[in-house]
Design a protein around this ligand. Structure first.
Ligand SMILES: Nc1ncnc2c1ncn2[C@@H]1O[C@H](COP(=O)(O)OP(=O)(O)OP(=O)(O)O)[C@@H](O)[C@H]1O
Ligand SMILES: [Mg+2]
Length: 553
């Protein structure tokens, strides 16, 4: 089937070219339409005509000289032309340029060769609206009968289906990439824990003047950078533990305004349009700052010769219709954060990949391609959505939607991470260390021993229970991985507390699945340390937990 397109002129036009009077021999012509009120012939004819007149399908008869001989009500309605404006005039008079369209070529073929033809055509109507029609051309005795069926609805739902399939494919791809990234980051974190804790130990053992000291320092720096990368990957794959609190987005944007202006430099004008009476969102404030930062930095990079950056906040309701068109969206109240730049923009091909980790168009050394992947992960974890709209050469808009915090979400700020004063003196106490990765366990043990603690080790929850049972003296703390084979860290803690009530526990993990994030550690407000584990971080957190076992840090 052919496809075509025709834009109807907006005036009841008359073309200078009334159309060539036909390649068809004159004998074949049929008589002109009977003027209204003339004798119609048999009653049967009238019935037939009434039926055709009132069909939903358009029906028109075009004479051999391209004049309209008959049009039914549907044609009048679809074509937005009065019947009198059509009948007796040629198609070219009524719709100039129509004789240059593929549709007309099909009509001509039917007219001359007396073939049956079919065609789907998109029309732009005089009022600017568009519609799809399936056209059938039938040779009839006085020319060609054109039947037209409005298939706009069907076409639109096919397009909507294609769009949601595309969105689904994209979501699945992001899911797969997320799993991969999360898995890699998890293993990397364990390795980095080992690297960083041994380097930390060696650095503190070696005198500053030792020739290896600067080299070790470099190793440590590289390790910390790698740790930052894995942290971003874990954020992307939504495997980072977050500290959600009720956040006022306007306040957050306001507090970052000066930093943003400084970051953008004088060439970029900044406008903040803060929506009034903004709803609160439940999210990790630090992470939301990161979202805004990443978007702003990208906007800056897209405007090397200056431009305008607009940050907008507002309340929106995403309705059923929106949810139907956007996969994974639950209808409801959202707060939007919109960042618009007047930069280079992106083509469709680029847009299809921007949220993937390590996708960058920037020169080596200028971008890792983790900025938007991080944004994506954070927004998803907050139950929100992020969309991009971009035109090459015009600019880009990122829209972040975050669901309104529920009424029951209390407005307490995220717990602050108060660092205890380092004492310098050797610590005391006995720590039961449970970690299934042998190397991480060894490096963690070494850090703890060096800090002065007694360390009991176990590679699994079961072993930990055995060790604890066979150990008479007090155990001052349990330091356990969250994800352990067979029994999780939190379950182990519960078991141990049955015989050792009030046992302080510090969990460690770089990676926890969402169930644990949602139902476990955070809701209980338990002490937690994120891998990779560095000497400083570990000793500080252990000290905090020992000093303040009931803390909800
Ligand atoms: N505002 C924007 N205008 C034009 N292109 C953009 C914009 N934001 C992102 N992009 C495109 O998306 C790509 C990915 O962005 P992303 O922030 O994930 O990585 P990056 O900025 O290249 O590196 P990183 O953020 O890790 O330093 C960019 O390289 C760029 O091509
Ligand atoms: Mg970036």
């Amino acid at each position: 089937m052919d496809r075509g397109r025709y834009t109807m002129p907006s005036r009841e036009a008359s073309s200078d070219r009334p159309g060539r009077l036909t390649e068809v021999p004159e004998e074949a012509w049929y008589r002109r339409p009977m003027p209204d009120g003339s004798k119609e012939g048999e009653a049967g004819d009238r019935v037939a005509r009434d039926v055709v007149d009132s069909l939903l399908e358009g029906c028109q008869v075009i004479g051999f000289d391209w004049r309209y001989l008959y049009v039914n009500d549907a044609v009048v309605q679809h074509g937005q032309r009065a019947r009198e404006a059509l009948l007796g005039r040629t198609m070219m008079e009524c719709y100039p340029g129509i004789d240059e369209t593929p549709m007309f070529a099909t009509l001509r073929r039917c007219m001359l060769e007396r073939t049956h033809e079919r065609l789907e055509n998109e029309f732009t109507f005089p009022d600017g609206s568009t519609g799809f029609f399936e056209l059938r051309f039938l040779p009839v005795v006085n020319g060609v009968c054109v039947l037209s069926m409005d298939i706009t609805e069907r076409k639109r739902s096919e397009a909507a289906l294609a769009r949601s399939e595309e969105q689904l494919r994209h979501a699945q791809k992001m899911e797969a990439v997320g799993r991969l990234a999360g898995g890699v980051a998890h293993d990397f974190n364990n390795l980095l824990s080992v690297v960083l804790s041994y380097t930390g130990l060696m650095l503190s053992n070696l005198p500053k003047e030792h020739p290896h000291h600067p080299d070790l320092h470099e190793i440590q720096r590289a390790g910390l950078r790698a740790a930052e990368l894995t942290r971003q990957l874990l954020t992307f794959s939504r495997h980072r533990v977050v500290q959600p609190a009720v956040v006022d987005l306007n306040q957050l944007v306001g507090s970052m305004h000066r930093m943003i202006a400084r970051l953008l430099g004088p060439g970029v004008e900044v406008a903040v349009l803060a929506g009034a009476h903004l709803g609160r969102v439940k999210a990790d404030a630090g992470q939301l700052e990161q979202v805004l930062m990443n978007l702003v930095v990208n906007a800056r990079d897209a405007m090397p010769r200056g431009g305008k950056l607009t940050i907008q906040t507002g309340d929106v309701e995403l309705d059923e219709e929106y949810a139907r068109q956007h996969l994974g969206v639950t209808p409801g109240l959202y707060v939007k954060l919109v960042v618009t730049d007047t930069g280079t923009g992106m083509d469709r091909a680029t847009q299809a990949h921007i949220f993937e980790p390590f996708f960058t168009t920037k020169a080596p050394g200028h971008g890792t391609g983790l900025g938007l992947a991080t944004v994506f992960g954070i927004v998803q974890q907050s139950g929100g959505h992020v969309w991009v709209y971009s035109e090459p050469g015009v600019g880009t808009t990122f829209k972040v939607y975050l669901p309104h915090a529920r009424g029951g979400d209390d407005a307490q700020p995220a717990p602050s991470k108060l660092a205890a004063e380092p004492t310098g003196a050797l610590a005391t106490g006995t720590i039961l260390l449970v970690e299934d990765d042998e190397y991480v366990r060894a490096s963690t043990r070494n850090v703890l021993r060096r800090a002065g603690y007694e360390v009991l080790e176990a590679a699994s929850a079961a072993e930990a229970l055995r060790v604890a049972e066979g150990y008479e003296p007090a155990i001052d703390m349990l330091l356990t991985d969250v994800v352990l084979p067979r029994m999780t860290g939190p379950q182990l803690a519960d078991r141990l507390r049955a015989t050792r009530p009030g046992l302080p526990v510090l969990f460690m993990s770089g990676y926890t699945d969402e169930a644990i994030v949602e139902h476990g550690i955070l809701e209980a407000g338990l002490a937690y340390i994120e891998k990779p584990i560095t000497v400083d971080l570990l000793t500080r957190r252990v000290r905090e937990v020992l000093q303040n076992p009931g803390s909800r840090s």
